[in-house]
Structure formats: C-alpha cells, structure tokens
Design a protein around this ligand. Structure first.
Ligand code: EPU
Length: 339
C-alpha cells in the first residue's frame, strides 16, 4: 500500500468537486486498512474515510490522511432458515452487489437498486428507497477501530439504525472503519411494491406477474427518470433529509397546503423536503456552474466547474428560504468535509 501526498480527490466523489488530500491511501484488504491506520496513529493527523464518495461535499482540501476503501468480494458465508448469509467487502459498489445478489437468486434488496456508493457506506446512513431500508436485510458488520487497529464485530442491535441514521454517524462517529458487511438475503422473493411509483412503473411495463428482477428494473427506471447520473452531472443524491415536524407545525402547514405530501412517523410527521424546496421555487434554479436539479428539487448539482463553497452557499440559501416560508429546518443529508 502506498501513501500518496497532495492527491486530487476530484474523481473520488460523485460531486466531482476540486480538492486535494494531504495524504491518500487506497486500501484493498483489511491488512492494508490496519497498515494505513497505523501510519495515521504514528503521524497523529486527521483521518477521512471515502467509500464511493457519493454522499460527500468537499468544501476544501483535506488535511491528514484520506483512506479510500477498496476491499472487494461477495461471498456466501452461511445459510439461514429463509436464505443465505452473504459477506460483502466494504469497497464493493452497492449497485453491483444488488445486481450480483439478483443473479444468484438472493432477494430482498431489489428496491435498493441503483443507489450510488459503496457497500461499506450503506450502514453508515442506513440507505433506503421505495419503502425498504438496508437494516431490514442487515446481519452484521466488521470494522477496524481507528485508535487500536483491532477488528470488531457489530450485530444489528449494536448499530442503532434509524431514518438515514446509525451509531456510526453519532456516538461512534470517526471511530471505526467498516471493512465488510454481512446481509441475510432471501431464497424466496418477498416483493415490496407498496410504493405507488413502483406499481405504476410495473403497470407501464406491462408486468402482470412481478419478479424481483422486474421490481429492480422498475426502481432503476424511476431513479433514472428523476435522479441525475453522477457520471454526467455531479451530485450526491438527496442533499437534505426529509424533515420531521411536530404536530403544531404540521397542522398549520397542512391547513395552508392541503396537497402537501406527509408521512406519519414515530417522531412526528415527516414532510418531503423536495416538495418544500420545489414549492419555494428552487427547482431548476441555475447558478451557471451549479444549481438545483430540474427534475428533483432535493438534489443539488455541479454542472461543471463549481466549488464546494459555492454549493454550500446554495444549500444555505435554500435552507434559509424554506425556514422563512414554512418554518421548517432542513438538515443536510450529505456529509461536508472538512467538518
Ligand atoms: N416532490 C416534489 N418536488 C420535487 C421532489 C419531490 O413535489 O422536486 C414531492 C414528490 O412528488 C413526492 C414527495 O415530494 O410527493 C417525495 O418525493 P420522492 O418520492 O421523490 O422521494 P423523496 O422523499 O424526495 C426519498 C429519499 C431518496 C429515495 C426516495 C425513494 C430522502 C432524503 N430521500 O426521496 O433517497 O430514493 O425517497 O424512496 O429520504 C438519497 O438518499 O440520495 C435518495 C435519493
């Protein structure tokens, strides 16, 4: 494993923003991760871990060491009553893993097709789409402790999963590097089609007897129609989380906007950030090098040549306007580095 100095990070994140890592190491095995972490402890510097770089905004150069996760491999490691246990290297592209699982007859992740990023980053924010979250098929993960270089196992109950949340974003933030994730996948499909857009896409495709592959194709079609392909237009998916508001705020807004999308959730009422931003007139907002996507207001885009600081300014302008108009605070979903 080589440690590079002053390495460009532009191609390592899906926003494609210009920034440099003071030091950079690409790790393709657990041993290499441990080696890089030993180097980091010796140099007593900052550490940033990059997976697929699909949920990161680089607001400037990163001091210290950037560890790029490149551990490969999708391996069946056991059987359960309903299916199989599959261990996946943290560096495997999430979508490639979902496709491999489908090919091998392992089901349960169809609705999470085409989510960008790496498998190791998935549990960090409990990725989710179209009514399914990663935690439903999560079994356990292995991670190396930054401070000691020791390997630890985390069971489902250790991870404190929530909506776009886990212990790795909160109490254990920055303390572990995830090296592999194990899933329990199903041998018999249990299709999840409650989400209206999936039903509509299957109908439009003339599917009468849906299969996991048909659901995956429907999800891919929906995502491609709304979300920009990072290879063409730099972006990091949803830039904001969908906000959860208290009853008082919800009732006031629901009265004023009877058509407002709303989803009851344990902590209150979840609103659609995309809808709020769209209503406020930001959809398709253009600042030359960057802007708000014209088909999904929740996505900020780098049209070419933007800086992280410019995108951050746009995000703040959107947040302030939504707060002013609706009294709702939008929280960023994307991680901003350096923090
Ligand atoms: N809406 C608008 N205008 C917009 C965008 C959305 O009016 O510009 C409305 C839609 O019509 C809909 C509601 O807002 O009534 C919700 O929109 P959508 O169904 O597109 O889903 P979302 O809440 O915007 C969430 C996830 C996505 C995930 C989809 C599908 C978050 C922050 N985002 O988006 O995740 O793919 O649901 O389940 O929870 C990501 O995290 O990067 C991501 C793309």
């Amino acid at each position: 494993m080589r440690i590079l100095t002053q390495a460009s990070l532009q191609k390592w994140t899906t926003f494609g923003l210009p920034a440099q890592a003071e030091h950079f190491a690409s790790c393709t095995s657990e041993d290499e991760v441990k080696e890089a972490l030993a180097w980091h402890r010796e140099h007593d510097c900052a550490l940033h871990v990059l997976g697929g770089g699909s949920n990161v905004l680089l607001a400037g150069d990163l001091p210290g060491l950037v560890l790029q996760m490149g551990i490969d491999g999708v391996t069946e490691v056991g059987q359960t009553d309903q299916g199989v246990l599959v261990r996946v290297g943290a560096g495997v592209s999430w979508h490639e893993f979902v496709m491999t699982a489908l090919d091998r007859g392992w089901y349960g992740l169809e609705n999470l097709s085409l989510i960008p990023g790496s498998t190791g980053a998935g549990p960090m924010q409990n990725i989710g789409a179209y009514g399914v979250e990663l935690e439903e098929r999560f079994h356990s993960l292995e991670a190396v402790e930054v401070a000691t270089g020791e390997t630890h196992q985390f069971a489902h109950s250790d991870c404190a999963f929530g909506y776009r949340e886990s212990v790795f974003k909160r109490a254990l933030k920055g303390r572990y590097v995830i090296t592999s994730v194990t899933f329990h996948l199903l041998k018999t499909p249990e299709l999840r089609m409650e989400y209206g857009a999936i039903k509509a896409a299957l109908k439009a495709a003339g599917v009468t007897e849906p299969t996991p592959k048909a659901v995956s194709d429907a999800v891919i079609g929906i995502r491609q129609s709304k979300l920009p392909d990072p290879a063409v237009l730099g972006n990091a998916g949803s830039f904001f989380k969908n906000p959860i508001v208290d009853q008082e705020r919800h009732l006031a807004l629901a009265k004023q906007f009877p058509d407002m999308p709303q989803y009851p959730t344990p902590g209150g009422m979840k609103l659609a950030a995309g809808w709020l931003i769209d209503q406020a007139g930001w959809k398709g907002h253009d600042r030359g090098t960057h802007g708000v996507h014209d088909r999904q207001a929740l996505v900020l885009v780098n049209k070419g040549g933007a800086t992280g600081a410019e995108l951050l300014q746009l995000a703040e302008d959107v947040q302030q306007d939504v707060l002013k108009r609706f009294g709702v605070e939008l929280e960023r979903e994307v991680n901003v580095l350096p923090g």
